[in-house]
Design a binder for this molecule. Structure first.
Ligand SMILES: Cc1cc2nc3c(=O)[nH]c(=O)nc-3n(C[C@H](O)[C@H](O)[C@H](O)COP(=O)(O)OP(=O)(O)OC[C@H]3O[C@@H](n4cnc5c(N)ncnc54)[C@H](O)[C@@H]3O)c2cc1C
Length: 342
């Protein structure tokens, strides 16, 4: 049997848009029914950054203090690395808002909070596991929706129907509304990395050679976003997205770029569990001029002049050894009559 309801506004979809609208309407004294097809709000990696502008709205609605009592992390400065340079990507501390930070909170907590606040108003009704399947149309006018629930069909008549049912909105399609495509040029791969005590303490954006990785500190893990060209996922899969080989190559290049020698890099890769054959192949194909790198590293640390005494050579050799250069490379360097012109 079909259950029938009547309301002023029926909102299809209990995401941030639908739930916030439901809250605002109920707060304004409007009777509203929000239909959400899922049984809960659990969505992994969704909308976890809550921006100062959103927090300001929470302030204006008088719920900010309560909101900030919910477990969250705050970030006022977003640091990043472009190549090997540390840069400040964003500093929220000067914003003319009450919260001069981004808050990190899972979207399901955010939605739970909105529901809690909205339920204080008698006109707010939320139906979970209610999936809108059709529109009620009379004389070319949308007068309500049909939904399926575990208890059977539901028909809701409403003065206003709002489609807040996300990017694959059925309400939009059924109403024949045209979609405007803004043509986002990128896709984002989300992944979770375990966090170690020795890791940097802050969120980080890392930009290098056309690649962008954002790491968000979620307490006991890193939530990572890796930006790829729009539609580029299949290509990445073809090229071996999670390839240890690619990781090894990138690691060698990155560490060599920071002035570390092959012995140290090999040890580090072993500590990270990379297989010996991959390490060998990576070292063979990496095209790093180790001898040239050694000269540059020594030059940077001790200047152009060659060491004038045996103890000075021993001291510099110890340093180069610590940086990961081999005994052969170090001996070869100091045996040369000149310092390769450096
Ligand atoms: C991986 C990822 C990370 C993101 N990170 C951030 C971030 O850090 N910060 C940020 O501000 N934004 C972020 N966003 C964007 C943010 O999640 C969206 O902008 C926001 O969720 C859009 O809200 P919405 O309510 O319009 O749609 P949605 O969140 O998609 O909500 C639509 C709701 O409608 C329900 N629904 C769908 N069809 C029906 C139906 N037929 N009947 C009933 N219910 C239905 C769905 O179950 C869903 O709950 C992220 C998005 C993704 C995908």
């Amino acid at each position: 049997m079909t259950e029938r309801l009547t309301t002023r506004c029926c909102i299809a979809g209990g995401g941030p848009a639908g739930m916030m609208l439901g809250f605002l309407l109920a707060r304004a004294g409007v009777d509203v029914v929000v239909l959400e097809k899922h049984a809960d709000f659990f969505r992994d990696f969704r909308g976890d950054t809550i921006h100062p502008s959103t927090l300001e709205i929470m302030y204006e609605l008088g719920v900010l203090d309560d909101f900030l009592k919910r477990p969250h992390q705050e970030l006022s400065v977003l640091k990043g690395k472009i190549g090997d340079d540390d840069v400040t990507l964003a500093d929220f501390s000067h914003l003319p808002t009450h919260c001069k930070f981004i808050a990190f909170m899972p979207q399901w907590d955010f939605l739970d909070f909105l529901v809690e606040k909205a339920k204080r108003y008698p006109g707010f009704h939320l139906k979970m596991q209610a999936e809108v399947t059709d529109l009620l149309i009379e004389n070319d006018v949308v007068v309500g929706v049909k939904a399926k629930t575990p208890q059977g069909e539901l028909a809701i008549r409403a003065d206003l129907v709002v489609g807040a049912d996300g990017r694959h909105s059925i309400v939009r399609d059924l109403a024949g509304l045209e979609r405007e495509d803004y043509g986002a040029p990128m896709d984002v791969l989300w992944l979770r990395l375990s966090k170690r005590p020795s890791d940097a303490a802050q969120a980080l954006g890392r930009i290098q050679a056309g690649r962008l990785l954002v790491m968000l500190d979620r307490g006991d893990y890193w939530q990572c976003a890796y930006v790829i060209p729009k539609g580029g996922f299949e290509d990445l899969q073809r090229r071996g997205l999670q390839s240890d080989r690619r990781y090894t190559e990138a690691y060698i290049q990155s560490r060599a770029g920071r002035g570390f020698g092959p012995r140290r890099i090999i040890n580090e890769l072993r500590q990270r569990g990379v297989a010996e054959d991959l390490i060998d192949a990576g070292m063979e194909t990496c095209e790093v001029d180790w001898q040239g790198l050694l000269a540059t590293v020594r030059h940077k640390k001790y200047g152009v002049a060659r060491p004038g005494s045996y103890p000075a050579i021993m001291k510099q050799s110890a340093f180069l050894k610590y940086r990961g250069f081999t005994n052969d490379q170090i001996r070869k360097y100091f045996r040369q009559d000149s310092d390769d012109g450096q």
